[in-house]
Design a protein around this ligand. Structure first.
Ligand code: PMP
Length: 425
């Protein structure tokens, strides 16, 4: 038994399933999760000293790579001054200003400790300001594990085939309507029927939790127009796409302003954080200004904000995104032409520095088409890559990421490895 296997057995004694977040357990692909010792740049090392090139990147936050020296310095400088005060700090203003500079639609922002918390809070706010109870979401989008959002959810919900979690009261699920992504017709019908009861439409503008799925041309524009028409608050969950697709996330890329936005991951530079913000008329309804309650002991934590500030300052240089796109073209364009040339039953969806290979001919445009993927083949592909020290998402229904620290020379090797595997699967 190797060290990861030993640790996994030990972990299961006191931690449910041996992990603190389900997809980490490798149940979607089988086998034993690698226990990780350290990371640097594009690499992670497991407890046995094997080095892997990492495409999970902590599920998105590490756009600058593991253990970036400026981020580490920001964390350690702050830790020496104090780890938490539960009182306001100047750094919170600095991070809020940076967020606003990236997302002009975010006139005011509140920091929390995770993406789930951001989403949970923003839903309460939307219900509070509209006085409406129902919420609208898309099948296969994942918004964290708050009760109202665990309905036909992507990510772990998709990996484990759990459409609705046990423990969520039926009365609550009845208040959530879930519709297919990319379908304007169904959206319009739903708004026509329930519009006056719906507080908000929350979606990942570019879903990443059923694997990467791209919005059809005009889909987001239509979403914006229709939500405005029916007085439904539009919430973009940019926990993954924020600072990832562009400095200003999907909103910058597609030129669309959401009413409220959820952020997480990159905004904390790899430390636990979340944020939600948007139009002042809504945000000012939060306590202590307004009647919608929301709070947090570690909200705006100075170490997390320091890591976030150090990360966002680097991302403000927009060359970063051009560089990431170039790297992604380098990795994926030859794969795409090979898939096409050989008529392989695969679909490569990608945008910016995010990509997913689906084991279906495609196209993959929503949850139903993502679910046509052969997940057994995905598991084989995953383990073949892992055996070559390439660490990708241990589930079909996730996104792989590259960082500024992934060197072109290594991407060239990875491309060769992927091609060789796809050819024999
Ligand atoms: N929203 C989206 C789009 C996410 O991808 C995630 C997590 N992957 C969340 C919300 C929840 O964030 P957290 O895991 O930090 O609670």
């Amino acid at each position: 038994m190797n060290r990861s296997e030993q640790l996994f057995q030990e972990a299961q004694k006191f931690i449910p399933g041996g992990v603190n977040s389900p997809v980490r357990a490798f149940r979607g692909v089988g086998g034993t999760p690698r226990f990780i010792e350290k990371g640097k740049g594009p690499f992670i090392w497991d407890v046995e000293g094997n080095r892997y090139i990492d495409f999970v990147m902590s599920w998105g936050p590490l756009i600058l790579g593991h253990s970036d020296s400026e981020v580490v310095k920001a964390i350690s400088d702050q830790a020496k001054k104090g780890t938490s005060f539960g009182a306001p700090t100047e750094k919170e203003i600095e991070l809020a200003t940076l967020i606003h500079s990236a997302f002009p639609s975010v006139e005011k922002v509140r920091l929390v400790s995770s993406g789930t918390e951001a989403v949970m809070s923003v839903i309460r706010l939307a219900r509070g300001v509209t006085g409406r109870k129902k919420i609208l979401k898309c099948d296969g989008c994942y918004h964290g594990h708050a009760d109202s959002l665990l309905i036909k959810a992507g990510s772990g919900g998709a990996t484990f085939g759990i459409p609705n979690s046990a423990g969520v009261p039926e009365e609550l699920t009845q208040l959530t309507i879930s519709i297919p992504f990319n379908d304007v017709g169904i959206l319009e019908q739903t708004l026509k029927k329930f519009g006056t009861e719906i507080a908000c439409f929350i979606l990942e503008p570019v879903p990443a939790n059923m694997g990467v799925v791209l919005p059809k041309p005009d889909y987001l524009t239509k979403v914006r127009q229709l939500t405005k028409k029916y007085g439904v608050i539009l919430i973009f969950d940019e926990v993954i796409t924020g600072f990832r697709l562009a400095f200003g996330g999907a909103q910058e890329l597609y030129g669309i302003k959401a009413d409220l936005t959820c952020l997480g991951k990159i905004v904390g530079g790899g430390l636990p954080i979340g944020a939600f913000g948007g139009r002042s008329i809504f945000m000012d309804e939060l306590a202590p200004e307004g009647k919608v309650y929301q709070a947090g002991t570690l909200s705006g934590n100075p170490i997390a904000t320091s890591a976030g500030i150090a990360t966002l300052k680097r991302l403000k240089n927009k060359k970063v995104y051009a560089e990431l796109r170039k790297k992604m073209d380098y990795l994926c364009a030859p794969l795409e032409s090979e898939i096409k040339k050989r008529g392989l039953p695969l679909t490569l969806n990608r945008i910016g520095s995010c990509f997913t290979i689906f084991f279906t001919k495609g196209p993959v445009t929503d949850f139903a088409s993502a679910n046509r993927s052969d997940t057994k083949k995905y598991a084989k592909y995953f383990h073949a890559l892992l055996s070559k020290c390439v660490y990708t998402a241990p589930s079909q229904f996730e996104t792989n990421f590259i960082s500024t620290a992934h060197p072109i020379s290594h991407l060239k090797n990875v491309r060769k490895v992927i091609l060789a595997i796809l050819n024999v699967l």
